[in-house]
Structure formats: C-alpha cells, structure tokens
Design a protein around this ligand. Structure first.
Ligand code: UDP
Ligand code: MG
Length: 333
C-alpha cells in the first residue's frame, strides 16, 4: 500500500494447490510486460490442501503479492470480497484461480477501461466446461438475468472482470452475488462493456460447484432485482400488491353481500366468500409488510450512511462551497 499500485488482481482460491504456482508464473509473465504497477491479492478461502503453503512461499519472495487467508471456507463471493478489502489498486481485476481464465486478457481489458468504461466483463465465448451441467444452465441463466435486470450480458458467470475502484467500493456482496456486480453497478449509473476472453478447460483440481448453484443464482437474482428496483421504496411493491388484493376481495364481498341481502342467495356454500376474506387479509398483510420494509430500508440506509444516489462529480467554486457539503453522503429519506 505504501508504494503506488495501479492494478490489483484479486484471485480466490479453494483447494487449488496444483494451480497456484502455474497461475502465479502466468500472471507475472503478463504483469511484467505492463507499464502499470500491479499487485496480486490471493485469497485462500480456507483450503484444506497445500494451497496456503504455496501462497506463503510465493509471498516470501515477491513484494507485489498479498495473501489473505480466511479462517474457513466462506465461498467464492466472500473470498472475493475479502480480496477487494485488501486491494490497493485504482483498478481491480478479478479472475479464477484454476487457470481457466487467461491472464493474457488483462492488458486488453485495461485498454477497454481506458476507453472510458467503468466495468469490463469477460465473455467466455469458447467456454470449456461440460455442456449439460454447466453451459446449458448457464446460457438459460444469462438470458434470464439479462431480461430481469435489463443489463444485457452474454456471460454473467465469468470471473475475469475489470472494475474501477469506485464501483467495488460502493457494493456489498452476499450469497453468490459476485456475478451480479455489473447488474448491481448498473443501478449506480456506471458504464460497462463486454469483451470476449479466452477460456480453458480445468487441468488440475476439481470444480467446486454443481448444478445446484443454478438455484442459488436464481434466488440471488430475485434479491438483486428487488434491490435494483425497489430497495428505496418497498411499499410501492408491497403496497400495490396489497391494494390490488384488498380491492378484488372487497368487490367480491360486496357482490356476495348484495346477493345475500337483496336476492336471498345463501352464503353458506359459497367458496367465493373464502376467497374474498383471503384476499382482504392478504391485502392488509402486504401493506403491513411494505410498511415494515420501509422501516428496515431506512435503518439500512441511515445506519450505514448509504446514499440513495451516486454522484459522478460536483462542479462548484471552492469559495462558495458550504462547509457541510453533502458530497453524495446525504440522504433525503
Ligand atoms: N472458490 C473459492 N471458494 C469456494 C469455491 C470456489 O474461492 O468456496 C474459487 C476456486 O478456487 C476458483 C474459483 O473460485 O478459483 C472458481 O471456482 P470453480 O473453478 O470451482 O468454478 P467454475 O469455474 O467451475 O464455475
Ligand atoms: Mg473454474
């Protein structure tokens, strides 16, 4: 951190002992040729093999390597998040530690960032994984994610991505969300582009995921969609649902009441009555949940001093700038 670092390459590793040295050599062969100062942040995600020992040996003889060792296996997203917290660069590159991503793509990604983008994401157009368990579900997931978030990318799952520091600093990650950084960041108004990158088959070690990841990704997608669209106004979602449900329930009840009062239709065996009651109750519950969510959201934003907006820049002459300039930290909620 003392010396100026332009680029941090963040790599999460979980039981990748055979890959560590090869990966380090390959990254080094690329960064040596680059004009920018680069550091590598390896995060050992609680590996149970010799990964950490290898990393220690590397760190001993290279000042530009930082190793973060997690106490147990927290998962790829958490490991990447730990890497971000220890990265000093103005640009942050993420990549897998299993040699599937090609470090030779890094200079090209940096060139793309220089064109003015805030995020460059890799697209594994020649993806070397099994078709049935990985490529097919991933293709469907990518379509769905693009459709739901409105951020069109071919490949959300590719870890090889380049970010400007501000993007990473303003995002908190949970679950399997590292793949959604571009989508979350789009909510901040950042610009991003996609770039075809090389992808290679895994030679050593084994993949840490199976088909079950798809379900977790879908659930995370729901969270992301909600955060993107309604995080600052949950009552608008729940309230709308609530009002709609109550209204339909109320209408049904009204019809039943008129029939009973004026036409003598018995209510005893009318399932519609149950539906009417259910809808009215549901409606009230939705509205109540929405109100509670409003409280939660306010606590979230205000306790963490999270702005509900992101400032690109502020133009003002210093002489007239008020002392308590909000600088993007203020909240109007
Ligand atoms: N990884 C991690 N923690 C985990 C699972 C995976 O740090 O709990 C790392 C893993 O070592 C690799 C990267 O995340 O560097 C991607 O994992 P993997 O190659 O298994 O995923 P795939 O390429 O099969 O999607
Ligand atoms: Mg892999």
């Amino acid at each position: 951190m003392e010396q100026c670092v332009d680029i941090s390459i963040v790599v999460p590793l979980y039981n990748e002992e055979e890959n560590v040295d090869l990966l380090y050599d390959e990254i080094k062969s690329v960064t040596r040729e680059m004009p920018q100062q680069a550091e590598i942040v390896f995060v050992d995600d609680g590996s149970r093999d010799a990964t950490m020992a290898r990393l220690e040996a590397i760190q001993q003889q290279d000042q530009a390597v930082r190793v973060v060792s997690l106490r147990r296996n927290f998962g790829q997203t958490a490991a990447m998040s730990a890497g971000f917290d220890h990265a000093a660069g103005d640009v942050i590159i993420t990549m897998d530690g299993d040699l599937q991503n090609d470090p030779h793509d890094i200079p090209k990604m940096l060139a793309k960032l220089d064109e003015g983008y805030d995020v460059v994401t890799g697209w594994r157009f020649n993806r070397q994984d099994s078709l049935l368990s990985r490529k097919l579900p991933s293709r469907m997931a990518n379509r769905l994610i693009s459709w739901v978030t409105g951020v069109s990318l071919h490949d959300y799952g590719c870890t090889l991505k380049a970010f400007r520091r501000e993007v990473i600093e303003n995002i908190n990650l949970y679950g399997e969300m590292h793949r959604f950084i571009p989508a979350i960041a789009s909510g901040m108004g950042i610009s991003f582009t996609e770039m075809k990158v090389n992808h290679r088959a895994r030679r050593f070690g084994s993949s840490k995921y199976g088909i079950s990841r798809t379900i977790r990704v879908l659930l995370d997608l729901m969270t992301v969609k909600f955060l993107l669209s309604y995080a600052t106004r949950p009552l608008h979602v729940f309230g709308t649902l609530g009002i709609a449900a109550s209204f339909v329930g109320f209408l049904l009840a009204l019809v039943l009441m008129v029939q009973r009062q004026f036409f003598g239709v018995a209510l005893a065996d009318r399932p519609l009555l149950l539906l009417a009651v259910l809808l009215i109750f549901l409606g009230i519950q939705f509205i109540t949940i929405g109100l509670l969510a409003e409280l939660v959201v306010r606590t979230y934003h205000e306790s963490q001093k999270k702005p509900i907006y992101f400032v690109r820049k502020v133009l003002a002459s210093p002489a007239v700038t008020p002392a308590n300039q909000p600088s993007g930290e203020s909240r109007v909620l």
